[in-house]
Design a protein around this ligand. Structure first.
Ligand SMILES: NC(=O)c1ccc[n+]([C@@H]2O[C@H](COP(=O)([O-])OP(=O)(O)OC[C@H]3O[C@@H](n4cnc5c(N)ncnc54)[C@H](OP(=O)(O)O)[C@@H]3O)[C@@H](O)[C@H]2O)c1
Length: 243
């Protein structure tokens, strides 16, 4: 997949390069002949594996690490935020309101909404104003309020809904200074990663994407979006979702 809509020699930054989707984005961008450099960020330190890939470390809950990452990245043409949390050692998606827990809710909002907003605060203003740029945060269809018919997963759904709103606010503001910019939220489909692993039982095999396939879909969607579509939520097949 080559990002033909960006200038030849474009640079990119991927946050969450240790994740299933983030890793696939880094690999595909590094393989794009039009891409000159990919900053690949993860929590733990790591060795450089590809001549175009520049590793950096960050933690969404550590503001100083985000400032340092932004300093290292500078002005870049493409930003993909592929971080997110649905479950970890301390967090499990709620099955009912009885499971609501403030500490777990705070964690979901810190990682899924506030963290990406801080990355935007640091990187969006520095993006080039004189050419097309792309900024995308991975969201989820379950963050759509109007699409929610099953309930459950309160913190994940609510934090992704908050992310969608933040993206809308950021895009409106960015358009004033960066008329060629696209800033969107993306739903990757159900992808075979650690995040979805415990919840794959009911998913039909043809609806479970390999990370490489999902990353390819999303890069193609991004490549086709116009600045007039900035601020919205798009699925892997290019269809717009109602937030
Ligand atoms: N997989 C799906 O089916 C699916 C569906 C809809 C939406 N999405 C969204 O797609 C995005 C990527 O998910 P994925 O499936 O690739 O999940 P994943 O494999 O679990 O990757 C999640 C990434 O987030 C990083 N992360 C979590 N907390 C962090 C923190 N405090 N600081 C820095 N990085 C942190 C993880 O880093 P570590 O490796 O250090 O933990 C990892 O790189 C998420 O936003 C998710 O909500 C996924």
């Amino acid at each position: 997949m080559s990002l033909a809509s960006l200038d030849d020699g474009y640079t990119a930054a991927v946050f969450g390069a240790s994740g299933g989707l983030g890793r696939a984005f880094v690999e595909q961008l590094a393989a794009d002949p039009r891409c000159a450099r990919v900053h690949a960020g993860r929590r733990s330190s790591h060795a450089q594996g590809h001549p175009k890939v520049v590793p950096f470390s960050f933690d969404l809950t550590n503001p100083a690490s985000l400032e340092a990452a932004a300093e290292a990245i500078g002005a870049t043409d493409l930003v993909i935020i592929a971080t997110g949390v649905l479950h970890d050692e301390t967090l499990a998606p709620e099955k009912s309101m009885r499971a609501l827990n403030p500490a777990q809710m705070n964690l979901a909002f810190a990682i899924n909404a506030a963290g990406p907003a801080q990355i935007a605060r640091l990187l969006l203003p520095a993006m080039p104003r004189d050419r097309r740029t792309l900024f995308a945060a991975l969201s989820a269809r379950v963050g759509s309020i109007s699409d929610n018919r099953l309930g459950g997963w309160h913190s994940y759904r609510a934090s992704k809904a908050a992310l969608n709103m933040l993206i809308r606010c950021l895009a409106i503001e960015q358009a004033r200074s960066h008329p060629q910019a696209v800033c969107v939220a993306l739903h990757p489909g159900t992808v075979d990663t650690g995040l979805s692993k415990p919840f794959q039982a009911g998913v039909k095999p043809d609806q479970l994407f390999a990370p490489a396939k999902a990353a390819g879909h999303l890069l193609a969607v991004l490549d086709a979006l116009a600045p007039s579509q900035s601020g919205r939520l798009f699925a892997w097949d290019g269809k717009e979702l109602t937030p």
